[in-house]
Design a binder for this molecule. Structure first.
Ligand code: ZN
Length: 269
């Protein structure tokens, strides 16, 4: 069993618009080729013709039982009506988590303005995901996306489950400390490469993740995610095989932690 907690259906090659259905088909084809059983689709903080909003994605994935939706929220542009829509979807169990994009938008995760969103995550007991670390575009501002800022959020919201995306790369040591210190914080290691891992980078990342597990202990906090279509699913699964860990720990990372955290009923897959 494999659960990918981090995929996108944004159209990154903005010269050609691919329909949402086509994007979802490409996603499930890629999952099929790599034997990935379930994937979470993370919507963007931006909505435009290349980046479908939450409503469209919820509707398009409703009958696809191997896909779940995590709702991206814009710090700069969210409206009361967006929050009402989110609560309705949460109430109906149609979204599995929420996501904010510090770095892509200029705000710190401990900003008071976000309290209303964190309260929603706690009320419906869904994880709050944060973009963390490097940004895909040079217009991002990485002082906002350093994983160390998540510590304040974790301390102030002890009942909220938090996911630091991309292990805060390249600030992996900071991420390591935040997950070690706060039992409500998890991390995914998606999006570490564009396309495939090179042998050199694979070796480097293998050491980084093994160091994290050595420091922070039993990997109950570590989640398998790819950031597809930015990173290749096949290359990611190959990377997993290189990790020097017993099979039962790999199982935690590949699906067990995610199934518990996002309440994914794997018996239905
Ligand atoms: Zn991503």
């Amino acid at each position: 069993m494999v659960i990918d907690v981090h995929t996108h259906i944004n159209n990154y090659h903005e010269d050609r618009v691919v329909s949402l259905e086509d994007c979802l088909n490409q996603l499930t084809d890629s999952m099929g080729e790599s034997n990935i059983d379930y994937a979470l689709v993370l919507t963007s903080y931006k909505v435009n013709e290349h980046r479908p909003g939450i409503k469209k994605v919820v509707e398009a994935t409703r009958d696809r039982k191997n896909l779940g939706v995590v709702a991206g929220i814009s710090y700069l542009n969210y409206k009361q009506s967006d929050l009402r829509e989110l609560s309705d979807y949460l109430e109906d169990g149609l979204i599995k988590g929420l996501k904010l994009y510090p770095g892509y938008e200029p705000f710190y995760p401990y900003d008071n303005r976000l309290k209303v969103i964190y309260d929603l995550a706690v009320e419906y007991d869904v994880p709050m995901m944060f973009h963390s670390g490097d940004t895909f575009t040079s217009s991002g501002r990485v002082r906002f996306s350093q994983p160390i800022h998540i510590d304040d959020v974790a301390v102030d919201n002890p009942d909220m489950k938090i996911v630091i995306c991309h292990v805060g790369n390249p600030w992996i040591k900071d991420c390591m400390e935040v997950v070690y210190k706060n039992k409500n914080v998890y991390t995914d290691f998606s999006g570490l490469v564009l396309g495939d891992f090179t042998e050199k980078f694979e070796k480097y990342m293998k050491n980084e993740l093994e160091e994290m597990i050595l420091y922070a202990g039993e990997p109950k906090y570590l989640l398998f995610g790819t950031d597809w279509p930015i990173s290749s699913m096949k290359s990611y699964l190959n990377f997993m095989k290189q990790l020097d860990l017993p099979d039962e720990k790999k199982e935690l990372i590949l699906w067990k932690n995610a199934a518990e955290l996002f309440k994914i009923d794997v018996s239905q897959l």
